[in-house]
Design a binder for this molecule. Sequence first.
Ligand code: PBG
Length: 330
Amino acid sequence: MKLIGSYPSTRLRRNRKTDWSRRLVSENNLSSSDLIWPIFLTDGKNQKNQISTMPGVYRYSIDQMEKIVEKALKLKLPLLALFPYTKKVNKDKNGSEALNENNLVCKALRLIKKKFGSEIGVMCDVALDPYTSHGHDGLIKKRYVQNDETVEILVKQALLLAEMGCDVIAPSDMMDGRVGKIRNALDKKDFKLIQILSYAVKYASNFYEPFRDAVGSKKNLKSNKKNYQMDFFNQKEALREVSLDIKEGADFVMVKPGMPYLDIIKLVSDNFKIPVFGYQVSGEYSLIKNGIKKKLISESAIEESLLSFKRAGASAIVTYFADYIAQRLR
Ligand code: PBG
């Protein structure tokens, strides 16, 4: 692109002089419709438990869901993402609680869908890590997370979630081939219109730690997830992941984490005509939140951080700031 213009006839600061003018020329915007709100679930009644590594984020018991959904509707948030904190007694090496129709996510799904129907979307992760005693996303044999055997369970988990009323099935496990198998199984059971948000590009990141604390898998996880999640030295590999998942039937693709991976969001959105979502993960949240709490940065940094996803080409952002920002945007 050849850029033209020169000082002093061209002064870029002219368009920046007033607020109305800045608004007039702004290239991106942020609205509550761009935001996906993650909610952590816990057992019990009347619970709203602080997560120490994520100040301002809580684990809620199922009876609190009605209030949460009403708040989300008022704020015009389109989609909630449910994540369970599973009690130790309910975890085993195969993550069998994932297939229990009375697990926390299933109970919450039934309740939300019964009360609110299609007024709001609900997305659920397909992966075993909140349910396994070792904290990995799949079955382990010979210290290796097995691919094809894990996929078989993930398909069952996806079908169960669909039966419970889940709108958006979000495989976050990084097994090969799971999107196609899940799509196939959903179609066979007449769940043709249930959407799949593939965590297509998910890096083996250090920024997930507070989340693992939130879902109670941190202490269990003795090793890293590098033999299934992506290596953060790589960029081109992301295109292969996305391309496969689109072929297998994904409706949207996620890049995760967000801010340290904006180059990847940009790369994917430039190369594919599919909605790309970014996930501002727990570590990103906690760094910003603690920075604000310690008065190192001001609250406006939150909006700035979310705009960076939009500039990179994301059509939506999963963020623990969703409710807060949606409130501010009103
Ligand atoms: C589970 C999952 C993870 C996150 C979302 N789904 C953690 C992981 O893969 O270890 C991370 C989200 C966050 O950090 O906010 N597969």
